[in-house]
Design a protein around this ligand. Sequence first.
Ligand SMILES: [Zn+2]
Length: 268
Amino acid sequence: MQHLLQFRFGIRLPLILPVLAGGLILFSTSCKNDEDDIPEDCTGIHWEYEGEDGPSHWQDLCVGYLDCGGQEQSPIDIKGAADDNALESIVRHYNASTTHILNNGHTEQFTYDVGSDIEINGQTYKLLQFHFHTHSEHALEGKTYPMEIHLVHQNAATGNLAVIGVLFEEGQENPFLQQFITELPEQAESHFDSGDSYNISDVLPASDNYFTYSGSLTTPPCSEIVTWLVMEEPVLASTSQIQHFEELMHENYRPLQALNGRSVRHFH
Ligand SMILES: [Zn+2]
């Protein structure tokens, strides 16, 4: 189910990147001619959130997962972030999308219709998909939250990703989540599709404040190609909404990773 076809050489040419979720499915191709290249095809390699195939072993499961042992991994505990006046707000161009939900065995992943993107740091990133983790992957000043959503965007030119993380706190029922709460596929590899449309902008908090740092996918292959944008203000969801996601996904969060000298910056 996890497909990774990737060859290491100077420049990667991602053809398609229906991204990851609980697993980024990274199809890359290479036009290489270097004999030293090692194929890193991890197709079908199983990984989990606990036990022998759990996070502390991911880098050993397949040579293509070596980045999981890297120095710029995610998630992290966001603390002591410095205000940076050079940062700009995230410019969002989000259109409505029809509904396509896949339970991929790791998360509930929503594929978003093409045509939505964000601009950040002068670059455009297209929204591909979003998915959920229970409990949160990122922590703020040591505090974890019951759920986190990841909005995965890709830069068409470089293949690099910009992922917006939004933390959920227990409180009032969340109207955005309520649109799908009875439609989330229960079985792994099952999906739900409908022409009903919704807009991802409705899940974002009122405040534009965010933290940003350079990190990775939080699932194998843990590629260090992600500009993380973690919103400072959590949004609310009811206990029963969060419990429902947790029943379907179980504990699907990667433990906190070392900062290793990286800086975390704060936009406000
Ligand atoms: Zn994620």
